[in-house]
Design a protein around this ligand. Structure first.
Ligand code: AKB
Length: 343
């Protein structure tokens, strides 16, 4: 009999790290896939790690045959800043890659006779506010508002949300055998900027938050690429993992939508600077605004409304701004770099 597993794509990324640690602690059998060899500390936590590309149909075909996949956490993607340097490549990975995984999920669902859960992290990049005035005036943005992304990554995420809905509800709706088998159980979170104590993100436009904090702890100069008054919603990694796990576990009947906002706090870059300076008084932080990246962040909402997630599946972050910095990020980051120095 094939082994029942959880499949995680983009396993080496920030969310992958947190998720693998969490699920392995609960003794889940994990198959991890990434374009690079899985980071060494994670290897003993998974049952199998594969170096491979989600565009490789043969590899994905093999996965379907070899495993009984009960949940897919499809984390692999090219983030917003990196995607702007090669939008077509980003499209291939972000959209075609997701399409391949959805196709895999349909095949698995039909083999198993029950829907495979497909957990998909989307992003506040799916939004696109037209002006800074509008951003400052709209308040908390709901899931179905202001969906005019200006980045390739944002367009990709928004489209993949629709693909997930299509694969769940309307897949091959005209085919003679369309009622033949169950389809995918697609569930999506729109994440704010994420901050982890363990890893530093690469290629995103909300990266100034985590970069500032990690640079300060390492004692390196940091030039923040957005204006001090820039405001975005953020969440720490343990809450991001919690939201993925809780959405996966939620009763399907309780879910009134496919896509849910989740968030916890929304500081300005100046507030992150002040908190960082207080914790690391010797930190060297300047503001050197990159107008083009600023323009992207100015289209993302200053806050999002996550009341649907709270209502439908009891979403509630564990870390508000105070706890996030003082009880998680600052102590853990400080410890991490002190340990690195002592080795
Ligand atoms: C990015 O900046 O691209 C990501 C995101 C907000 O989705 N961190």
């Amino acid at each position: 009999m094939r082994e029942e597993v959880v499949l995680i794509t983009g396993a080496n990324g920030e969310i992958g790290h947190g998720l693998i640690r969490y699920l392995s602690g609960l003794n889940y059998t994990i198959v991890a896939i990434d374009v690079n060899p899985l980071d060494r500390p994670l290897r003993s936590l998974v049952s199998k790690w594969i170096v491979g590309d989600i565009l490789d149909q043969i590899l994905l075909g093999r996965l379907v045959v070899e495993h009984q996949i009960r949940t897919i956490y499809h984390l692999a993607s090219i983030l917003s800043t990196k995607a702007e340097y090669n939008p077509e490549t980003a499209h291939r990975i972000n959209v075609e890659g997701t399409l391949n995984l959805l196709r895999l999920a349909v095949e698995q669902s039909q083999w198993q006779g029950s829907p495979v859960k497909f957990i998909y992290p989307s992003s506040i990049a799916a939004y696109g506010l037209e002006t800074l005035d509008q951003k400052n005036q709209v308040g908390k943005v709901k899931e179905n508002e202001h969906l005019f992304p200006t980045t390739m990554y944002g367009c990709n995420k928004l489209y993949c949300e629709h693909l997930g809905r299509y694969y769940s509800k309307h897949y091959r709706q005209l085919a003679a055998d369309s009622a033949a088998g169950p389809s995918v159980d697609f569930r999506c979170l729109r994440f704010p900027g994420l901050i982890s104590a363990e890893t530093i993100p690469t290629g995103g436009t909300s990266d100034y938050g985590p970069e500032m904090l990690h640079a300060a702890a390492k004692g390196t100069l940091y030039n923040c690429f957005v204006r001090p008054d820039t405001r975005l919603p953020f969440m720490v990694m343990p809450d991001a993992i919690k939201s993925l796990i809780n959405l996966e576990a939620a009763d399907q009947e309780k879910l009134s939508r496919f896509v849910y906002n989740v968030t916890s706090f929304n500081p300005t870059a100046r507030e992150i600077f002040e908190i960082t300076k207080k914790a690391f008084p010797d930190a060297q932080i300047d503001f050197e605004v990159d107008q083009r990246r600023q323009k992207i962040v100015d289209t993302w909402p200053a806050d999002v409304d996550d009341s649907a997630a709270r209502q439908d599946w009891g979403w509630q972050p564990d870390f508000d701004q105070e706890r996030a910095f003082n009880e998680y990020l600052i102590p853990a980051i400080r410890k991490q770099y002190m340990e690195t120095e002592n080795h």
